[in-house]
Design a protein around this ligand. Structure first.
Ligand code: FE
Length: 254
């Protein structure tokens, strides 16, 4: 199993605080059946700044340690990029690190807002051959209130990733229901953990996939699992035609 959104690198963001926490996370991931983790520290926000070169060096170091510890996990480099007006410029300057050097860039919105310039920015990214993957849209207040925003971005070629913890209800019933609506409307293409530790924000991938299997059957599980593999290899992923989430149904459900 591939988990392409994880804060496993030690001491550089709000994920693992030191090497022993990284090792603990890797052990939990291995128990879950995860074999490949993309380390995706926050690129730049108010608190952190992690550039491409330092991430690459730290990933190499962590792989060495995991091998010594005999933990069967391969860590690949990546980055969770907070959306900002200078993103394309940052890419041109070599600061942005797509998932495992592929064309896929993980893009994060703030929890409350989707900037008006998103569509233009995504257009510019795609012109450079990059594909934006919106991480945890199910936890964004503006998208929850107006899923049409996500629909439009997906229509125009963006992809999205729901968090395993959201699917199993760790962020509350409302976000859980919305996550399943995104799955059903083909508005999300991947499941990843966004794990930060082994307690409050752990992996939950096995649990999420079990729930997907119970609700939709094995085919859906394979689709999500395969898409995560295709993404880290830089291959084209499976996309179904996105549908609109009906507002009426959306409000009735709560
Ligand atoms: Fe994250």
């Amino acid at each position: 199993m591939v988990d392409f959104h994880c804060h496993i690198l030690p001491g550089i963001d709000d994920g693992a605080q030191n090497l022993s926490e990284s090792i603990e996370m890797a052990k939990v991931a291995a128990q879950q059946g995860i074999r490949t983790i993309v380390a995706t520290p926050h690129h730049k926000n108010n608190r952190y700044e992690n550039d491409k070169q330092s991430i690459l060096a730290r990933v190499e170091e962590l792989n060495r340690v995991l091998q010594e510890e005999k933990i069967n996990i391969k860590v690949l480099p990546g980055q969770e990029v907070r959306i900002c007006g200078e993103l394309v410029e940052g890419y041109d300057l070599g600061e942005i690190l797509p998932v495992n050097h592929t064309q896929y860039v993980l893009v994060e919105f703030s929890s409350s807002h989707v900037p008006r310039y998103t569509e233009t920015l995504f257009y510019d990214l795609q012109n450079k051959g990059l594909i934006p993957v919106i991480v945890h849209p199910e936890r964004n207040q503006e998208i929850i209130e107006n899923p049409e925003i996500l629909y439009n971005l997906v229509q125009k070629g963006a992809l999205s990733q729901v968090t395993a913890g959201s699917l199993i209800g760790n962020f509350g019933k409302k976000i859980q229901k919305f996550s399943f609506q995104l799955v059903e409307a083909n508005l999300t293409h991947f499941i990843a953990s966004d794990a930060h530790n082994t307690s409050s924000r752990t992996f939950n991938m096995r649990e999420a996939y079990n729930l997907i299997q119970a609700k939709y059957g094995n085919d859906m599980v394979y689709l999500f699992e395969e898409n995560a593999e295709l993404l880290v290899e830089g291959n084209q992923v499976y996309k179904e035609v996105p549908e609109r989430i009906k507002k009426k149904r959306f409000f009735n459900i709560f």
